[in-house]
Design a protein around this ligand. Structure first.
Ligand code: UDP
Ligand code: MG
Length: 322
């Protein structure tokens, strides 16, 4: 049995929910979240100051109107409204950074209740046991379409291959303590892929498995175009490896070219003519290879500049005793 952190008892929880055109899902979602929050309060697991923070990501429907109505009817709900649509990752960050100064911990989840709210209990348990970050991990994705499931799982594997630290099958359903949020706030990059940055923070972490369900209402706000741009963002913001691959492709061409030259020369030695075509093939591969290696070298420097301009904190101090 893990040691419980008594100093954390009755912490204030903010559930942060980014909402983009979610007028259909909000009534059901708010009802479920209200019940959950009251159950947690009754059990003394979270303080009465705990809130559900709904972030309106520049919706074009009645989402913000609904959020304001929810807030007026019940102070459990509070709202943050962005000036325009900035995408899920930015909306989530806006909510987390606003909640940071008000809460002891936050849990981020989607507005469509695809993430099982009952996993919250286990997340809290891990928080009280000392975790600063608790990842919700999808154990089953039967409710997702085959296409969504296979592309998503392929993506997690690709990012891991490219050297990105990413928690397999974890989306943005996670608990973060105030300490973790403060560390996150030191990352000032604009090309944001939270799933890649959070594991960089360190600290004690835990995972909770849950089954991903179906959307309560409305349609997915992640069409293929947004999914692809999130995937590209994920890879390019975490890794400069694709550029290094260009270098190796160039180096590979040059080595192949050298082997080819040796073969041609041996053939010439055996009496087969070193024709103009052979020379041409040799030269084409030579200059192609040189071009690619040169590009790869430039890429190495661009990659370094890219990491520098992100101004990521080189370290985060967890504790000092003096
Ligand atoms: N979302 C957002 N801004 C956007 C797109 C989506 O805030 O531009 C929110 C959306 O309201 C939902 C969450 O991001 O709460 C995840 O979107 P969705 O459930 O549609 O994605 P899916 O589960 O289909 O991948
Ligand atoms: Mg969803």
């Amino acid at each position: 049995m893990e040691q419980l952190r008594t100093d954390r008892r009755g912490s204030t929880l903010y559930i942060v929910v980014p909402c983009y055109n979610e007028e259909e899902a909000l009534p059901e979602t708010s009802k479920t979240l209200r019940e959950k929050m009251h159950a947690l309060m009754d059990r003394g697991l979270i303080s009465e100051e705990s809130r559900v923070m709904l972030v309106n990501d520049g919706s074009s429907d009645r989402t913000w109107e609904l959020i304001c109505k929810l807030h007026e009817a019940d102070r459990l709900f509070c709202g943050v409204c962005l000036s325009r649509n900035r995408g899920h990752q930015n909306a989530l960050l806006a909510g987390l950074m606003t909640a940071k100064d008000r809460a002891d911990m936050t849990i981020s989840m989607d507005a469509d209740l695809q993430d099982d709210v009952n996993a919250v209990d286990e997340m809290l348990e891990k928080y009280y046991a000392g975790c600063e970050i608790v990842y919700g991990v999808r154990s089953a994705r039967e409710k997702d379409t085959f296409f969504k499931r296979s592309t998503a799982e392929g993506f997690y594997k690709l990012v891991a291959k490219l050297g990105g630290e990413i928690v397999y099958n974890h989306a943005d359903y996670r608990l973060m303590s105030k300490t973790a949020l403060e560390a996150l706030s030191e990352y000032s990059e604009v090309n944001l892929f939270l799933r890649g940055i959070v594991p960089m923070l360190g600290y004690q972490t835990g995972t909770v498995a849950y089954e991903r369900g179906e959307r309560v209402a409305g349609e997915s706000k992640y069409p293929l175009k947004k999914m692809l741009s999130l995937a590209v963002e994920g890879i390019t913001s975490l890794s400069a490896k694709p550029m290094r691959m260009i270098f190796w492709a160039g180096a590979g061409s040059l080595v192949t070219d050298l082997v080819l030259l040796i073969v041609f020369l041996i053939q010439a030695g055996c009496g087969s003519a070193f024709t103009g075509t052979k020379l041409l093939v040799f030269l084409v591969i030579l200059f192609g290879g040189l071009g690619l290696t040169g590009l790869g070298v430039v890429g190495e420097y661009v990659g370094k500049i890219y990491l520098e301009v992100k101004h990521r904190p080189p370290f985060i101090i967890k504790q000092i005793v003096e």
